[in-house]
Design a protein around this ligand. Structure first.
Ligand SMILES: *Cc1c(COP(=O)(O)O)cnc(C)c1O
Length: 375
């Protein structure tokens, strides 16, 4: 029997114009490091997000979070609140600055940071004489967090929000795009994200000064002078002009990519929702998810594993939902505010193949294999 072709969880999907923009960089010798592709890519992102945002293209989403924390004044010994149910890229930059993550659990409607537990964490911090310096809230799998409630709590105690939109380019709430809700927003263009520059990120600011500060820090904090002058510590986090060319091409097809991922989700929903052991996460009213990854919930860890291993046997990649940060050995000593929600999601949840380049026959293979487990 010929080996079944591999179905990936989420793989890069080029649109066709990427090489044209990359070639332009070569033809004009704008290879290193900045150049017109960076400017045009930033403009394309800010036009897409709208809301008069200023965009700094960077080398990664993790780097963007690092710079956001630094710009918000986070330093050694500070507390920073972070959604526990996320990828480590959200939390690691807190440690880069010598600050302490305080992890907060999720609510069940969007799987993202709970407004109630967030308020409790802030109040406790204030009572102990140590108000948290920032909040990192995440639109996990493309589903927006409760943007209004989180903003309300953050504003009440005057704590800035870093909006981790790494997975949510193209998602929105009441027609306002993700990336525009936080004090500072971030995107990722890593290889598995909804669009990719093979590796990259962006910082989204509402005021030009913050963007300029991000660019300054991202280019080794070089002061204006004919010689190399440095008054503060900088980083090498700027996006290269070659990779921004890929990004320009990807922005042209972003809406197609969102539609394709949403159709994947709809296909899984239509074909699997009648199985009583399988649950989906619906969009709350006014919420629009890019459905970066299509996720299902099963009744137990055992059933989740049974499905995952059955898919693996068929050369189909699936993944358990993110393992919460408070359960990770690297963060075991951090403070946390938990009610069991994220641990439960981690045990029972599975991400299904979700790439925008999946074909109907791939989706059918996935669905048939899952169905066969419940006959
Ligand atoms: C991918 C991701 C990041 C990090 O982005 P990189 O570009 O890979 O550094 C941060 N947060 C979340 C939620 C992510 O999914």
């Amino acid at each position: 029997m010929p080996e079944l072709s591999k179905i990936w969880l989420s793989s890069p999907h080029m649109g066709g114009d990427e090489q044209k923009f990359v070639k332009e960089a070569f033809d004009t010798n704008w290879i290193a490091p900045l150049g017109p592709n960076v400017t045009f890519f930033e403009k394309a992102i800010s036009d897409y997000v709208n809301d008069n945002v200023y965009v700094a293209a960077l080398s990664s989403g993790t780097g963007a979070i690092h710079l956001a924390l630094e710009i918000l004044g986070v330093s050694n010994g500070d507390d920073v609140i972070c959604q526990t149910f996320t990828f480590s890229g959200s939390a690691n930059p807190i440690k880069y600055l010598g600050a302490n993550p305080v992890f907060v659990d999720s609510e069940k409607e969007t799987w993202n940071i709970s407004p109630e537990l967030l308020e409790k964490a802030i109040k406790d911090g204030i009572e102990n004489g140590k108000k948290p310096k920032a909040i990192i809230a995440v639109h996990l799998y493309g589903m927006p967090y409760k943007v209004n409630k989180i903003k309300e709590v953050a504003d009440k105690y005057n704590v800035p929000v870093i909006e981790d939109s790494a997975e949510a380019l193209g998602s929105s709430v009441n027609n306002l795009k993700c990336g525009s809700f936080g004090t500072i927003g971030i995107f990722s263009f890593n290889g598995n994200k909804i669009i990719t520059t093979s590796g990259g990120g962006a910082l989204i600011a509402h005021d030009e000064e913050i963007k300029n500060k991000a660019v300054f820090l991202a280019t080794q904090a070089r002061e204006e002078a004919p010689h190399y002058q440095h008054n503060v510590v900088g980083y090498n986090y700027r996006m290269s002009n070659v990779l921004a060319g890929i990004g320009r091409g990807q922005m042209l097809v972003l809406d197609d990519r969102v539609s394709a991922r949403r159709s994947n989700y709809q296909f899984y929903y239509d074909n699997l929702h009648s199985i009583k052991e399988i649950e989906f996460l619906n969009e709350p009213e006014g919420y629009y998810s890019n459905r970066w990854l299509s996720c299902i919930l099963t009744p137990s860890f055992e059933i989740r594993e049974k499905i995952r291993l059955a898919l693996l046997e068929e050369n189909i990649e699936s993944r358990p939902l993110w393992k919460p940060m408070h359960l990770q050995p690297v963060f075991k000593d951090c403070k946390s505010y938990m009610d069991g929600t994220s641990e439960n999601l981690f045990e029972r949840g599975l991400c299904l193949p979700s790439g925008s380049n999946l074909e109907q026959k791939d989706l059918i293979r996935v669905v048939n294999k899952i169905k066969s487990q419940f006959l």
